[in-house]
Design a protein around this ligand. Sequence first.
Ligand code: ARG
Length: 713
Amino acid sequence: MKKTSLALLLAVFTLLSYAPLRADEGMWLAMLLGKLNEVDMKAKGLKLSAEQIYSVNNSSLKDAIFGLGYGNPGSNFCTSEAISSEGLLLTNHHCAYDLIQSHSTPENNILEKGFMAATKAEELPNQGLTASFLVRMEDVTEKMKAAMGNGTAYQVQQQIIEEATKDTHYKAIVKDFFFGNEFYLFVFETFRDVRLVAAPPEAVGKFGGDTDNWMWPRHTGDFAILRIYADKDNKPADYSTDNVPYKPKHFLPVSVKGIQEGDFAMTFGFPGRTERYKTSYSLLVDFEMSNPARIKLRENRLNLMKESMDKDPKVRLMYAAKYAQISNYYKYFIGQNEGLARLKTVDLKRENEAKFQDWADKSGEERYATALKRIEEAQKAMTEYQLSYIYLQEAAFGAELMELAYEFYDLYDLLKAGNDTKEAAAAKEAAINAHFEEYNTTIDKRVFAKLFSFYAQDVPKSQQPALFESVVAKKYKGNWEKYADKMFASSFLTSKERALAFAKNPSLKAMESDLGFSLFLDVFNNYRQKIAPAIGQSQGALMMAMRDYVEGLRAMQTDKVFYPDANSTLRLSYGTVRDYAPKDGVQFNYFTTHKGILEKENPNDAEFVVPAKVKELIQKKDFGTYADKNGNLPVAFITDNDITGGNSGSPVIGANGELIGLAFDGNWEAMTGDLVYDVEYKRCINVDIRYVLWTIDKVLGGERLIQEMKLVK
Ligand code: ARG
């Protein structure tokens, strides 16, 4: 079709009129919304003020957002949100996956069946799990920079934390932003009694499995329900039957009004890590070296796990969470490398770096002009050791016995120093029990032999642990399977009985002669003594150069609003409900419905089984009040919010502050999203809140939970 000049003119006009609204890139700090984003957010449709989102004096949206972690609010692994005045929390099924698994037995497999506590008394405690919300944050850049100038950064940081938490039960952390150009203090209240309330059957919560993971269109009910308990004064307390449901300062009303293309949407949560400022030099190493190694090692590990899991349902249940975790990022690295190639990300970075260099050369600032050169050099030095680093993580510690060995390291230190080991040894019992509760010797033995043989093959010889040559090559002819046979028959790391017996009567001699522990020691010391110092030195130089580079980038574009990389701190991202074209000639809709569940159904493929109850309800079109205006059951939708791992479980909040969905994934076409935000492709995949409510109500019979919530029609 021919375009008329009027159409062309209009096209240019709409492009121009769209230009002032930035793409929906950015993970913003709640405290700075008023200054940096409020105007833009309102232009996109937000009806709330920045003060209603983040306020220190009044209750605000942020009070409903809880990071899920294991005690340390600086390292939340997922996000959750309060959705009732009684501390009900909504998060992803994949965030609660190992909790659900831990409450499952082959006889009562709630991972498979799903779970709904009939009363509060039946809600299940989870040892160690915590939920933290941000009490307040503060810019401490000046104090920290002054301290860095005179070498007292650590002391000053401790002082800031102490002052912020004095006479309270709060926890605080100071985090570095823009590679040491800014610092913020975060104060948290952390709750320690968080119970499992409900979960859909795995065939709903993980419908589509690894095949659909990181993909749109999606039909997964990826949610689970938890509840925070507190003491009688609404304060954090260890688990106790005396505890009562926590009353949050704010909880999210739930909208059943439905969504439309173009609707305002924001996510609020704890994104873990992005590397948007990473240069072409480092990206190339990911692309050519790190990602392929990770993919290869994970693939081998997964295959071996799967063989055993397929043979025995007990093993399948026992290894479900471990398997899911490894395969999630296995697919991530594959997607990232595909994306890097397809989107030519390295070339894109190079172009931008050339522009920066031009500007920097004219800036008159030495530190800007030399930044990229210094990054290149430091990266080059680090690359020499990159495989050692990857193989330590993915190969050595891919063998589960190495993790247990690490648990015993403090005991070894004490023994070596001739100190008393009673207390440390007694503390091992719990760790040993936990380790062997989810442990299969066949899997670990085969994984160990495979991964270590790759380690010995792929990592430069000069960087390898000494035992690889002196023992495995010499005595075992490089046959790691033989070594594994011997080790698994004798080591205290590969049998619960031997481990417990050892902990009762620990000795230095037994540790040093143990085939497992001595190997661990060698691997660990090799890394600490040979590899880490070399990497550390270049990494220090790299970070200094990155600080100057990022400072320079901001000085170069003073009219651009910059946001810092994700670092597990609370961030808000805003955008709209929006479809996309995955490739030329193909358009993806922005939402999915129940129809796709039946389209994908395959009773012979565990990933695509539809539970009988779900199928029956769908066939009867029993969608209650949760159907959309066409009588369909909405399942998932996409927005262009900027999220990453750690955001899992983040609420998707509409213009009025109401909950419309639950973020749970990213899409295949934008798997480079942690490195660059691609306006055309980057989408955030969400469960429609009406699908969550329908599943709770109709599938799980959880009316009592629906009644607790504040539904807005
Ligand atoms: N890709 C999702 C994330 O990283 C996890 C999805 C879990 N589902 C699965 N099939 N493994 O947040």
